[in-house]
Design a protein around this ligand. Structure first.
Ligand code: SF4
Ligand code: SF4
Length: 435
């Protein structure tokens, strides 16, 4: 396996960090340089280079803030290589909040660093498409027909197109045209009113996951709203440094979900949930939005958290006899601290043998748009993950993030496995329906 670090592209030289949205000096100073985070960092695991570790990146942020570092291609490359997986947050005994640090660092990079033309165009295309479901639907429609052909030709395609094809969603005509019902009544006496985020890629390529989420919540006594006016939560934009775009998208959804007037906003995609829980931080210095953002974030729950919160299960679980590997999505386990709830819900299904692969804390390499803009390390991490999963000989895999589903499926296929990968909520739904 090639474990060499990709060489950074050349770009123009601009001084690091200026203007609004700089990483906080106080958060940087919380790092005591102990190095406990190093073994948990996927890029350090791959390359063993200090500047590609959390400690090294925090050091570079400090240098940028103090005016000791310029925004050179090398400086930027260390942050581009970071997956934003938050493995370091779990590992850090000093509580360094790496999330807001890398988000602000990336905001600085996207505002002040001029990337090479091809890279700029590629990123522009991604962010003109991914956060807008109506545009994404048009862009994904041809995949229904040409997707199988592209996959057949995968090996002879140019590198960037090949990595795009490998992790591209596999929409169907039904998934592109299905709309989640706007209102679903609770089965039996209602015990909670919730609204669900239907997502961007999720609603178009994983419409079944949204329907399973609605059905399970309703079966467990939740009235479920799926406001049609909702848009993208801004997670991909926020994690990639497009902070202004993320704020605009977040404002729209805060308004939409406020009007739904619900107890909880339920999310079934880990990356989206972690961003929506951070809206308070995203608007902390905006007096017009800070309070609304904090109130919104306080209502956000992953679907597994919402189900545990709803109380004792009401719906009968029918047996599913299967060895199931549960893959912790980083933005669920590290960023939200949600590990026990999905396992508890899956373990309650009779017949399921729940398995956790080795290195479960290490990212699979999906990480938002990471596997599109950093295809080599993403592929290495994907295959590393796939080997650990394969060692357990599972019947199926369960994971709570669409990006992980696509990434693990692609890595598995490269190693010769055609795994069935489901969202945990789909397994619960099948158990309840006796399928
Ligand atoms: S977010 Fe992940 S890749 Fe980035 S420094 Fe932390 S552990 Fe490493
Ligand atoms: S574990 Fe925390 S305090 Fe120690 S080097 Fe890593 S980020 Fe800094």
């Amino acid at each position: 396996m090639n474990t060499e670090r990709p060489v950074p592209d050349p770009g123009s030289r601009i001084p690091a960090f200026r203007g609004p949205d700089q990483p906080s000096a106080a958060l940087i100073d919380a790092c005591v340089h102990c190095g406990f985070c190093l073994p948990s960092c996927p890029t350090y695991v791959l390359w063993q280079e200090e500047m590609d570790s959390p400690r090294g990146r925090v050091y570079l942020m400090k240098a940028g803030l103090d005016g000791r570092a310029e925004m050179t291609p090398t400086f930027v490359s260390h942050f581009d290589a970071c997956l934003g997986c938050m493995g370091c947050v779990t590992a850090c005994p000093s509580g360094v909040q790496y999330g807001p640090l890398i988000e602000k660092t990336r905001a600085q990079i996207e505002r002040h660093y001029v990337r090479p033309l091809g890279e700029r165009l590629f990123r522009w295309m991604l962010f003109a498409l991914l956060p807008y479901p109506s545009r994404l639907r048009v862009a994904m429609a041809p995949l229904v027909v040409v997707g199988p052909l592209l996959r057949a030709l995968e090996r002879v395609l140019p590198r960037r197109i090949r990595s795009l094809v490998a992790v591209a969603p596999r929409p169907t005509f039904a998934s592109l045209t299905t709309k989640a019902p706007e209102h679903t009544p609770a089965v039996g006496a209602p015990r909670m009113k919730v609204a669900i985020l239907t997502g961007c890629v999720q609603r178009l390529a994983f419409a079944d996951v949204n329907q399973a989420t609605i059905d399970v919540l309703a079966a467990e006594g939740c009235t479920v709203e799926a406001p049609a006016a909702q848009g993208c939560c801004g997670a991909l934009a926020l994690h990639a440094g497009n902070i202004d775009q993320a704020r605009e998208l977040a404002k729209h959804n805060i308004g939409v979900f406020e009007r739904a007037s619900v107890d909880r906003v339920v999310v079934n995609a880990a990356g989206c949930g972690s961003s929506m829980k951070e809206y308070g931080e995203l608007f902390h210095d905006d007096p017009a939005w800070a309070d609304r953002a904090r109130a919104f974030s306080a209502k956000v729950r992953d679907v597994s958290e919402a189900l545990i919160e709803a109380g004792e299960p009401r719906a009968t679980r029918h047996p599913i006899k299967a060895r199931v590997v549960y893959h912790d999505a980083c933005h669920l386990a590290h960023a939200q601290g949600v590990r026990a709830q999905p396992r508890e819900l899956l373990a309650a299904i009779p017949g399921i043998e729940l398995l956790t692969p080795a290195e479960s804390d290490i990212c699979c390499g999906s990480a938002g748009i990471y596997n599109l803009v950093q295809p080599e390390p993403a592929a290495q991490l994907g295959e590393r993950k796939a080997r650990h999963i394969a060692a357990l000989k599972p019947d199926m895999i369960a994971t709570g993030n669409p990006g992980c589903t696509l990434q693990i499926a692609a890595a598995g296929r490269r190693l010769g496995y055609d795994w069935k990968i489901l969202h945990p909520i789909e397994l619960i739904d099948r158990s309840i329906k006796g399928e």
